[in-house]
Design a protein around this ligand. Sequence first.
Ligand SMILES: [Ca+2]
Ligand SMILES: [Ca+2]
Length: 360
Amino acid sequence: MPMSKFSAILSFTLVILLAFTLQIFIFSPISPVPLQIPAAAFPTFPPTSYDLQRVVKLGEGLLDKPEDVCFDKEGMLYTATRDGWIKRMHKNGSWEDWKRIGGDALLGITPTITGGVLVCDAEKGLFKVCDDGITLVASHVNGSKIRYADDVIEASDGTVYFSAASTKYGLEETFLDLLEARPHGQLLKYDPISQEISVLIDGLWFANGVALSKEEDFLVVCETWRHRCLKHWLKGKNKGETEVFVDNLPGGPDNINLAPDGSYWIALLKLTSDGLEFVHTSTTLKRLLASYPSLLPHFTALNKKATAVNVAADGRIISRLDDPDGTVISFMTSALEYEDHLYVGSLNTNFVGKLALNKE
Ligand SMILES: [Ca+2]
Ligand SMILES: [Ca+2]
């Protein structure tokens, strides 16, 4: 090969390499740190089950990716769907398109003591929806827009606790928040008397599901990226303190719901693909993935599995339900126990799942 041709090829290769390096290290949209995914399997952990493959499909075809579910005190089931609707199922099983907020970013939903529901809109903030209409309850905290309201719970005194998954990235950029793996999440509080919004906990690794304890002496908030949930004391001698509630979960916790017996149901997301866990610990690979988001589905198993765990009030894992290959349900984001059945929501279904529980 003539020397000039060889040097041309060499120059071309160097330019490509330089462009690639710049893309990864200079122009990358994220500034990542390694994310250590905990080893899920430990000796006492309940083995994988197939129970979630037995879910009965409610509202099939009517519900576009119902992320969360709740019941009001009359026993009506509510969910928020990707088409911006709050839909509800009457006790006779019929579905109603109840109220429309609009957009495609509705997530966590919970009943309120005064009637109706509170619902998180990852783009606009926190809404109250009742028969009379729709009110925006919270859109800003400390002068900043609430970017990614995710889940909400109301205490019996009307105080509202809700999560902001990320202060840096929005719903459409969730994968960037995962790859960056830094703590951008917050737990927020709404005071119904002063109508003030404040930050209760800052620096959470994707603040997601929120639930109160049966006595309302503490709340639990899930940190999806860290595969753990935190407990924050609201009453008693530890008031104001935050500690780990449960960690090393076999998936990233999404929504959490208090069960009638005082335990919790937590839906878990599979954020890694088997054998490719190392991707989350390599900042170089993560920068590369952030520039080529179409590759990302290969590095998670969100749409391939579903898992829920039942966790006691002391953080002990009691039982586990799965659809291990996503045959019937996957990307399951919530699990709620109501009258001896589990109701599950998902970002990959067009139904709410219902499963009979055999709890002693
Ligand atoms: Ca919820
Ligand atoms: Ca959620």
